[in-house]
Ligand binder design. Structure first.
Ligand SMILES: [Zn+2]
Length: 369
């Protein structure tokens, strides 16, 4: 069995440990004990503290409790529709692909950030906008970095925030080096429907729905003409501003403005941000369906991408997502996203308050070659 180490969910090695994917080709995991990990996620909830939640999350990863690792699940339930991706199927194998079967409501007309004629300009992240071929063929050669951000407002001691000016410096570097931001629909169409991505594609994802996304990130997206995907916790999205909180959340109207602008696409991050791998089937169902219904009602498009709170998922969760028509999912596994990981369990690259500019550049270096 492999001897790789990995912090479960949104628990990362303590400072000084490299933040990188330590999986080996055979997918083994050695879970870090909780003294070796620190939490980030809902910024400020636990800060740097070691918590009992760490024990739960580690167990939820499956290595300790069930003998089934997250990584083995990645190759058994990858697609968001009615197709199961069997163990052992690898690059080059053709696999049927699900289709979007949700009804969309009409919404406000957004800008067109991708610069091409869209079949559905009201929702730029609609995968159908980018379909080149009618017949789906999995493309395992597509490799894209999905950057993972949380709170843009700096809070000392909280790993999931960013230093003042950090995001601007990183975005300027992306622009200067001719990266092109894409949305989840473009990624999905590139995976399955022959869409040719722009050079140096990258996804910007912001988890949890902090109000700083509207107040600070949104102006930067518009200034630099960049797209972002927002993974929103529906239960924390409120009607009126609540800026007395240490970490204010987006309001519904802010969410709608972001989506209508065309620069941001709202996707799903559950109702209450619980580790889904620790919940009962009915609780998982409530978390996934509840948020999907609320969010699609607010922003007038179906939810196609999902982000696992604390990185926790299991076969039950993946099955639910497939049945609800989700097409892509993002995890806390570190690295470039590619289809061999499973469409519902894609890698990301976390950008944290202690990520130096040099580390940021280094993690994106495969795109520069
Ligand atoms: Zn989160």
């Amino acid at each position: 069995m492999a001897t790789t180490k990995e912090c479960a969910g949104e628990f990362w090695p303590l400072s000084g440990q490299p933040l990188q994917d330590k999986r080996t080709p055979n997918g083994g995991i050695e879970v870090w004990n909780r003294q070796q990990c620190r939490r980030f996620g809902r910024a400020g909830v636990l800060g740097w503290s070691i918590s009992v939640i760490a024990v739960v999350a580690v167990a939820g990863c499956g290595v300790a409790g069930t003998g089934t690792s997250k990584n083995s699940l990645r190759s058994t339930a990858n697609f968001g529709g009615n197709t199961v991706y069997s163990n052992g199927v690898g690059p080059g194998k053709k696999t049927p692909v699900p289709v979007i079967n949700k009804t969309r409501k009409t919404g406000p007309q957004p800008a067109n950030p991708v610069g091409i004629v869209l079949r559905d300009p009201q929702w730029p992240a609609d995968p159908k906008n980018y379909e080149v071929s009618k017949k789906a063929v999995a493309n395992f050669g597509v490799k894209v970095p999905i950057l993972e951000y949380h709170e843009d407002t700096y809070v000392p001691g909280d790993l999931a925030t960013l230093r003042p000016g950090q995001l601007k410096e990183e975005l300027r570097w992306l622009v200067a080096h001719k990266f092109h931001t894409i949305n989840m629909g473009q990624l999905y169409a590139a995976f399955y429907y022959g869409y040719v991505l722009p050079s140096r594609p990258v996804l910007l994802t912001f988890d949890d729905g902090y109000e700083s996304v509207y107040l600070k990130v949104f102006p930067l997206l518009k200034k630099y003409h960049l797209q972002a995907t927002l993974f929103i916790i529906s239960g924390y999205t409120h009607r009126l501003p609540n800026r007395k909180k240490e970490f204010p959340d987006l309001t519904v109207s802010e969410l709608q403005s972001l989506q209508a602008s065309g620069w941001a696409d709202v996707e799903d991050h559950t109702v209450t941000h619980q580790d889904l791998s620790t919940l009962t089937p009915s609780q998982d169902r409530q978390e996934i369906l509840g948020s999907s219904q609320s969010l699609s009602g607010w922003v007038h498009h179906p939810m196609i991408a999902f982000c696992y709170p604390d990185g926790g998922y299991n076969a039950q969760v993946l099955s639910l997502l497939k049945s609800q028509g989700f097409l892509l999912g993002t995890t806390e596994h570190q690295g470039y996203a590619q289809l061999s990981q499973g469409a519902l369990t894609l890698d990301r690259i976390a950008v944290l308050v202690d990520t130096t500019q040099q580390q940021f550049v280094s993690r994106l270096s495969p795109s520069l070659q």
